[in-house]
Design a binder for this molecule. Sequence first.
Ligand code: ADP
Ligand code: MG
Length: 293
Amino acid sequence: ATPTALLVGTGRGAQLGILIRGPEVLESTRKVDTVVLDKTGTVTEGRMTLTGVHPADGEDRDEVLRLAGALEHASEHPIARAVARAAAERVGELPTPEDFANVEGLGVQGIVDGHAVVVGRPRLLADWSQHLPAELGRAVETAQAAGRTAVAVGWDGRARAVLVVADTVKPTSAEAIERLRGLGLTPVLLTGDNEAAARAVAAEVGIDEVIAEVLPEGKVEVVRRLQAEGRSVAMVGDGVNDAAALAQADLGLAMGTGTDAAIEAADLTLVRGDLRAAAEAIRLSRRTLATIK
Ligand code: ADP
Ligand code: MG
């Protein structure tokens, strides 16, 4: 089922574009005390750009971009789009990979021009015994400390480069989080990205609690764990990998700019993808309840 009615026909709810699944949703807004926010695409724009290429000693920058770009061209991930776009601009036409595989929450792998290529979290490369040399490890640390995401590139058994991508925080996120706090909710940032990058984004928008490096199937477990601690949880997300967590949450809110899977799993849809609408939805529902009583 899809959300059917506007939270309120006129006024702020309609203006901000808030869709509600049904009247029973209102009740769950009363007791929520924690709001879990997905990072990429919810707190941030989710449109990444490639800001750095760090080849290991002796590796060729264009070859790194060509092989990584070819592989990422086959993926829909925001990181993949950024890498493929930059690679195509730099080296022109990209070869078509064979045996392409997406390793959810970790990266991609496949054969490009006869090379077995891996692009993703350093952990994914480590699974193939490709460990980052010291100079690449430093590039990763520098990028992460600045709130950026670093992914490693390896082929034929060796780590060859680090790519750095940057996302921007939505201009409305900090204000939205302040309003959620004003409603008595504690914000928690949840992401598959690394801890340092997540901390940098959290600091920028005013969130203290960060749960990072969570695999896609782990997001629902995080919501369950918070509930087991006695917290009543609202979850805001946009991705396919947020759907199970949105369904598990006491109140699930989907970004209307996100995937159909997230929207279908949620109780409320924020049509314009503006996080301030999350605070407004909770405020309006509570007020509606107060009026009915
Ligand atoms: P998020 O929770 O922020 O939406 P994901 O769960 O989609 O992140 O991905 C987690 C991490 O896995 C990314 O930060 C990245 O390091 C790595 N990753 C996933 N897919 C890709 C890809 N196609 N290319 C490179 N890295 C990837
Ligand atoms: Mg997301």
